[in-house]
Design a protein around this ligand. Structure first.
Ligand code: PMP
Length: 305
C-alpha cells in the first residue's frame, strides 16, 4: 500500500480475537477487539477528524481561511490536527489541564495551538472556553463533537461496516466505552440494524453518571460523562458497566504483558466490561469491543509503573 497523506492510513484496523486459552472466557465463546490504536494518530478519533473535515469542506463550513477550535481530552485534537495538515488549516484545542502531556505535545507537533482550562471545570469548562474563543476569532469552526450528529455518523459509516465485513452477523454483544458517546451510538446503530438481537453495553469509569452515580474524578482517560450524551435517544441500550480505575489499569497492563497490546486505559476498562459480559452470556457467545487508543501517550502518567 502506497500513500501520499497520512489520512489514507485511517481505518481498516484489525480485529484481535481473545480466547479461553489466555483469558477467563467460556470455552466456546470469544471476545473480539477492534484495534483502533493502530490508526496513524493513535486513536479511534482519526476517523472523526477525517469525517468532520471532509464534511466541513463539502458543506462550505470549512474554507482555506478556517481556524478549527475544539474542546477535547486530546485524541480528537490529535486527529483534527493530523487531518488539518492535509488542507493547511489552523487548529486550536481547549484541553482540561489534567489530560496527558503527551497528547498535548502531539497536538502541538502537528501544528496546533493548545489552551488549557482548569481541571475542576471538567469538559464543560473546555466547551465554554471554546465557544468564547470562537466569538473572537474570525472564520472559526467549532465541530463540537459532544453535540454534533456527524460524530456518531462517522462511526455509523466507517467502524460499523468494517465490523460486519469481518465478522458477518455472528455477534451477541457490543461493549464499548462512552466519552462523547459518538463511537458507541454510531456503531451500535449500525450493528443493531444488521443484528437486531445484539446486546448493547456501554462502559464508563467510576465517577461517571450513566449508572446513576455522582460525577467525580477518575484516572481512566477518554471515557466517562458529566451529562447524558445527546446521541442515545433512539438506542435500546441493555446496560452500562462501571469500571474502577484499578480494574481498568490492571487489565491494561495485563493486555500488554499477555498479548502485546499497547493500549490506553479506556481499552483496559472496555476489556474488563467485555469479560463480564461474555461470562454472563451462554457458551458460544461472541462479544465485540473497541480499543480506542495507544498506551505510549500515557507513559508520564505511569500507565506501566
Ligand atoms: N477512549 C479514549 C482514549 C478516548 O479518547 C475516547 C474519546 N474521548 C473514547 C474512548 C470514547 O470515544 P467517544 O468520544 O466516541 O465516546
Amino acid at each position: 500500500m502506497i500513500i501520499t497523506t497520512m489520512t489514507q492510513a485511517i481505518g481498516s484496523t484489525p480485529l484481535f480475537k481473545f480466547t479461553s486459552k489466555d483469558y477467563p472466557i467460556p470455552e466456546k465463546s470469544f471476545i473480539y477487539a477492534k484495534l483502533e490504536h493502530l490508526n496513524p494518530g493513535g486513536s479511534i478519533k482519526d476517523r472523526l477528524g477525517q469525517y468532520l473535515i471532509e464534511e466541513g469542506l463539502k458543506t462550505g463550513k470549512i474554507t482555506p481561511q478556517t481556524t478549527i477550535i475544539e474542546p477535547t481530552a486530546g485524541n480528537t485534537g490529535i486527529a483534527l490536527a493530523l487531518c488539518a495538515r492535509q488542507h493547511d488549516l489552523k487548529t486550536i484545542f481547549v484541553v482540561p489541564q489534567k489530560f496527558s502531556l503527551e497528547k498535548q505535545q502531539i497536538m502541538r507537533a502537528l501544528g496546533a495551538k493548545v489552551i488549557n482550562t482548569p481541571t475542576n471545570q471538567g469538559i464543560k469548562g473546555a466547551i465554554a472556553k471554546s465557544k468564547e474563543l470562537a466569538q473572537s476569532i474570525p472564520h472559526s469552526y467549532l465541530p463540537l463533537q459532544f453535540e454534533n450528529p456527524l460524530n456518531p455518523q462517522t462511526y455509523y459509516h466507517t467502524l460499523g461496516p468494517e465490523i460486519i465485513q469481518d465478522l458477518s452477523t455472528n455477534l451477541t454483544s457490543f461493549v464499548a466505552g462512552i466519552g462523547s458517546g459518538g463511537t458507541f451510538a454510531g456503531t451500535a446503530k449500525y450493528l443493531k440494524e444488521k443484528i437486531p438481537a445484539i446486546r448493547l453495553v456501554g462502559v464508563e469509569p467510576e465517577g461517571s453518571i450513566l449508572n446513576g452515580g455522582e460525577p467525580g474524578p477518575h484516572e481512566i482517560e477518554g471515557i466517562g460523562v458529566e451529562f447524558i450524551p445527546p446521541f442515545f435517544d433512539d438506542l435500546n441500550i441493555d446496560g452500562f458497566e462501571t469500571i474502577t480505575d484499578k480494574e481498568g489499569f490492571d487489565c491494561t497492563r495485563e493486555l500488554a504483558r499477555k498479548s502485546g497490546l499497547l493500549v490506553g486505559s479506556s481499552s483496559g476498562a472496555a476489556f474488563v466490561a467485555a469479560l463480564r459480559e461474555v461470562q454472563r452470556l451462554p457458551n458460544g457467545s461472541q462479544v465485540l469491543t473497541i480499543f480506542p487508543d495507544m498506551a505510549d501517550r500515557y507513559l508520564s502518567k505511569g500507565i506501566y509503573l
